[in-house]
Design a protein around this ligand. Sequence first.
Ligand code: CA
Length: 418
Amino acid sequence: MTLTRRMMMLTTAASLLGGCVANPLDSLSQAGRNFITPTPTDLQPTPNAGYAQWVATFKNRAESRGIHPVTISQAFRGTGYLPGVITRDRNQAEFSRSFEDYLNLVASEPKVTAGRAAYTNQSRLLQRIEARYGVPSDVVAAIWGVESEFGAKRGDIPVVSATSTLAYDGRRGAFFEAQLFAALRILQDGHTTADQLKGSWAGAMGHTQFIPTTFAAHAVDFDGDGKKDIWGVDPTDALASTAAYLAEGGNWQRQFGIGCEVRLPIGYDGPSGRGAPASLATWAARGVIPVTQQSRDLGNAALMLPAGRNGPGFLISPNFGALLRYNASENYALGVIYLAGRLRGEGPIATPFPPDQYGLMIEDRRAIQDGLKRRGYDLGTVDGVFGRQTEAAIRAFEAEMGWPVTGQPSQTLLAALR
Ligand code: CA
């Protein structure tokens, strides 16, 4: 498999959430927010003659590759073309989130609190997984959090519908046909039932959002019941499969941690970036010091400055590459490092993020959202992250005030809303 597990989700956007995004956050948000009940009408099967014809020929191909006709008919029962899947696929990369926004979405304080409870509840399981695969328990738990909010949002779209719609659509047809075929294999092998085979709009499934081909290559039956069940409430197989994927697919090096936030000397202008790794001793000599003492060495570590030299910095170990294989976004991998630290009991980011392009800090953005909400504008959660809902609320407020309608935040807006 040359494609990484969720390569197709990297540039993903989440339109349902009220923001389309160009990073994994979005696939996360989608996984999270797509699945409001009842199912949106555009995610219900819709008659489509071209799709029906495509499915008929696909079924022949599947049968010729060894999928039993009974499996095929069970798999496709109740499935169909989902127009909303194509909309979401087309809406990708509309805007990209900053690292600060990303952290505020995947590792907000409520999520850290929920995550610490989940981490504690699953600590024995995570320790056994760590002993087997060498991937630290907090890393596996952090991925679980980022991917499905610790199992709360595992996805509710039938995988056969989603992947067949995308395979028929053809933009990445071969890729999704491979996913669809692997999904039928999962059913044929009896790991789950057609009813339970659900995931995100792009076919990522279960607690840690495996696509079907990654399931085929790396999923494990950790509890020994004969099924590799990553979809059910019990996260055992899913979390072990994630560790197995990092260990086998990502070449995880168990002697190293993943990374940590660091403090930089004021005015630091030394090396940074993945191309300039060095030992912790070398970094210390440059004045780059971990915010908290690390229990594992970081090996040949690189300095990452995701918000520039005036924002927080992170040293990353060679295991960063394994996280990128899981999801090829540096924001994603740094988000996992940060959330893992929070789950271990570490505090929030030590170095504040610099003001955004509007000169606003996170507190200012929250104050704007708060002010709009108090005036009756609906914008969802007050999280300091501006998506479509906040933009729409700003537009409405500007119109009400008789101001030019921009949808953009500003100091003037902040002052008016305080
Ligand atoms: Ca099992």
